[in-house]
Design a protein around this ligand. Structure first.
Ligand code: SF4
Ligand code: SF4
Length: 471
């Protein structure tokens, strides 16, 4: 008989170190369920419009060239009937400011509708998700496929998905570069190997950027990379439209049989089917309250409304609402901040439109030659200048030059210049005066340029006429 005492290890397991917080959470892949509904249709309409504008506009011609074209070598921006020159780039800055105020106004009024319906990141991601569904099947099939070991079927499906993503990425990249290099020539040169190296580089870059952002990064772009997502929550107030779950109606959530009186069981309208979570492109549960990850796409509204219809409950358990509404208070549609943004927006649109339509369509510059003056055979004092005329219009113009400011001033040589649309014309011009008619050794002269076809178009430039010292 053994006299050994049986020993049991009673050392408690080490306590979890609660002072260490993991700052990095690895991404869990989101398998989004496909769904239908009013808001999905609205989103598709917004996406289709954006696609049409993006892929269609680049092929339009206007006034003999591409309608929208950043002509970087010549530093001109064509936008339909207008040409924006470097001197007019302040207008583009104004346009960006107007767009920013427009976005602020929309955000205060309707939350993240831009993100959910028209942001290119969202629209391209929805398209990529559709490719995923076509090649790999619905949500459950995709989960199963990812868990399965590699097989011919899996390989072909994955290959199909990535090929579709790359094709869309390539067409997107080529179109983007087409806004900077005329698309018709670019396409021909690109496929015949004649395009320059930079064109190949940028098309490749934007192909991969589209493939990476819409295929792989997806919601991470919205959550971690987009600056607008970060600061727009400070623009929200209690009357801003948000996508929200109504806990007063939904809780206590739980499964139930249709025929059983669930209210008697203390249950709310939420049957805890998790459809709202499964359709969410950012993988959140809207029932946990408003979260920064929510892009306001309303997919969860469509999903939940479908469930409510099936259960014969009223729609709207998840809906567009406001914090005031949720807490039983009145929503104020017109409020000072919203009115303030609207007023600023209207004023800025007015100023921008005024600046755009009143901008001069002729650029005029006179610079004096470095030689101070010379005396010609007739004993007159001559000054030479370089004249520069920019025809910023889309049609040719004839301009008439004149000079004034001195009693005996004469403009020598040509006075009329025909300048083709969008061209810069440059040539030397000479002024002369009898020396005894000069009031001083340095005198102000005024050059004026008139449009021969439009008497209201008239620009002036000042310069100096230099003569000998007067004793
Ligand atoms: S879809 Fe509606 S019913 Fe289903 S879990 Fe979400 S909130 Fe509840
Ligand atoms: S919670 Fe709803 S509205 Fe927000 S991102 Fe998810 S599905 Fe879209």
């Amino acid at each position: 008989m053994s006299n050994q005492i049986p020993v049991q290890n009673i050392t408690p397991p080490p306590k979890k170190d609660t002072t260490t917080v993991d700052l990095y959470a690895s991404r869990e892949k989101i398998y989004t369920r496909a769904f239908t509904g009013i808001f999905r249709n609205l989103r598709m309409a917004g996406g289709a419009l954006l696609f049409l504008l993006y892929f269609g506009t680049v092929w339009l011609d206007w006034g003999g060239h591409q309608a929208v074209w950043w002509n970087l070598p010549e530093r001109k921006f064509y936008i339909f009937g207008a040409t924006i020159w470097p001197q007019d780039f302040i207008l583009l800055s104004g346009l960006l400011i107007v767009a920013a105020f427009g976005l602020f106004f929309i955000t205060v009024f309707a939350g993240r509708v831009w993100c959910g319906y028209t942001c290119p990141q969202s629209v391209w991601t929805w398209i990529f998700m559709w490719c995923e569904k076509v090649t790999e099947g619905d949500r459950n099939q995709r989960i199963k496929l990812d868990k399965a070991p590699m097989s011919a079927n899996k390989f072909v499906r994955k290959l199909g998905k990535h090929s579709l993503w790359l094709i869309i990425g390539f067409v997107t990249g080529l179109t983007f570069v087409g806004y900077f290099a005329p698309i018709r020539e670019l396409v021909i040169e690109f496929f015949s190997g004649q395009a320059d190296g930079w064109s190949y580089f940028w098309v490749g870059f934007f192909t991969l950027a589209t493939y990476g952002n819409a295929g792989w990064l997806r919601e991470q772009v919205c959550i971690y990379m987009c600056p607008y997502a970060r600061f727009q929550s400070v623009m929200f107030d209690k009357d801003t439209l948000i996508v929200s779950y109504d806990p007063r109606r939904g809780e206590k959530r739980g499964t139930r049989k249709k025929e059983v009186d669930y209210k008697a069981q203390g249950l709310g309208d939420c049957i805890d089917c998790t459809m709202c979570v499964q359709v969410c492109p950012t993988g959140i549960d809207i029932r946990d309250g408003l979260q920064i990850e929510c892009i306001g796409c309303a997919a969860c509204i469509d999903a939940c409304d479908t469930i409510m219809d099936k259960m014969h409950y009223p729609r709207g358990l998840i809906s567009y609402t406001t914090e005031h509404n949720l807490s039983g208070q009145v929503t104020h549609k017109l409020r000072p901040r919203l009115i303030g943004y609207a007023v600023v927006l209207l004023v800025m649109i007015g100023l921008l439109a005024g600046a755009f339509f009143m901008r001069s369509l002729v650029g005029f510059d006179i610079s004096k030659d470095r030689v101070l003056y010379r005396e010609n055979a007739e004993g007159r004092i001559e000054n030479v200048y370089t004249l520069k005329i920019m025809n910023k219009d889309q049609v040719d113009h004839t301009y008439v030059l004149d000079a004034s400011g001195l009693p005996d001033l004469k403009l020598q040589g040509r006075r009329e210049f025909r300048v083709p649309a969008g061209e810069i014309f440059s040539m030397p011009v000479e002024l002369s005066s009898a020396p005894e008619q000069l009031p001083s050794s340095t005198n102000e002269v005024i050059f004026s340029l008139k449009d021969a076809d439009d008497s209201s178009s008239h620009v002036e430039a000042k310069s100096r006429f230099i003569g000998p010292q007067i004793r």
